[in-house]
Design a binder for this molecule. Sequence first.
Ligand code: HEM
Length: 405
Amino acid sequence: MTEETTLTGQAPPPVRDWSTPDLDGTEFDPVLAGLMREGPLTRIRLPFGEGWAWLATRHDDVKLITNDPRFSRTEVTHRQVTRMAPNFAPRPGSLAWADQPDHNRLRKPVAGAFTVSAMKRLRPRAQALLDALVDGVVQDGPPADLVERVLEPFPLCVVSEVMGVPAADRGQVHAWTREIISTNGVEAAGRAKDGLYGWITQAVRARAASPAEDVYSMLGTAVARGEIREEEAVGLAGPLQIGGEAVTHNCGQMLYLLLTRPELMERMRARPEARGPVLDELFRWIPHRSSVGLARIALEDVEIAGHRIAAGEPVYVSYLAANRDPAVFPDPDRIDPDRDPNPHVAFGNGPHFCTGTVLARLQTELLIDTLLDRLPGLRLAVPPEQVLWRHRTMIRGPRTLPVTW
Ligand code: HEM
């Protein structure tokens, strides 16, 4: 690491170990809360990788860093930056690790599939898929595990619709994605990844001349036109195919909050036309992930919050912390359904802003509307403290959500 100095001449902040403990419920990580109190820019050491990294927690610094080309994602792929996950194997074509102009080149072939107008076209089909799942739940009667019956299968079905997975292959593709996102172990997930990526390669090859508007056709034709390489197309498709996981767990947390806070549920039921802003407030408040996501590396010296981040040093931002910045969100730990404005960064910021934002929003709206409207007496079937939570996971959420109505 480079020499430690700050613009103010003070000693740099101490390096804090962040072991990312398993947290239950929707508790905000106390380590992150402590780091936020310590200062706008702190230093952290995560369980894997090497050395330490800067951590930015304030809304304005997070927005600045995530939108500044002086911070590179690609540089991280050449290093063993301190990180939360044990394994580190960035794939070629991955949007998450690309800098401009590569990032634009890669995002372009699939961007059309995730626009607001594409999602409008998708809405009736997605609603039909969800209705079929909820029909099954209603038919079988209470109690039901919402995670198993609705929150897991629905995003998988919708994403398969967008990607263009043929009906005959959906069972297998869904089994692979479920295995990859499960916490069953590295080996099983590795086998599932091989299966899924092999299948994706075939799908991309088979659609080199396909005029259809599904993502595999868009990728197949982009490869045929020489805009992206085949391995890039496969690297792009994988995270999109798996991305539904985020909806499962985020909605799991959202429903848990609604089911354990009667005043919030009452508000949603009383004013269905005004649910949109409440969903945004919940996106802001929900501790979506454990720890922090992907680092960036400073390509030159950059001054932030009175500190000098030197060229070559790694930096993390916390969107969770930015969403609780009291300078932007008064009384930030309170869920305020009337919060306005609400410039949250739950889907990220800058060029790496979540590709699936509109899709995630569509699915969340449909899930909340459909479950609340079709199951009027919806409530937890167990005391809140008996709900089981995902452990050793990047994305937090309930493992099961037993409900009755
Ligand atoms: C990236 C949040 C759903 C695909 C991200 C980022 C966040 C995020 C915070 C990181 C931004 C960064 O790296 O700076 C969420 C939340 C979701 C959700 C809260 C659900 C509630 C989805 C869905 C998909 C998806 C449904 C795809 C079908 C992606 C991809 C990236 C990404 C591909 C990487 C984008 C890039 O680096 O250019 N998401 N996401 N996400 N998300 Fe999501």
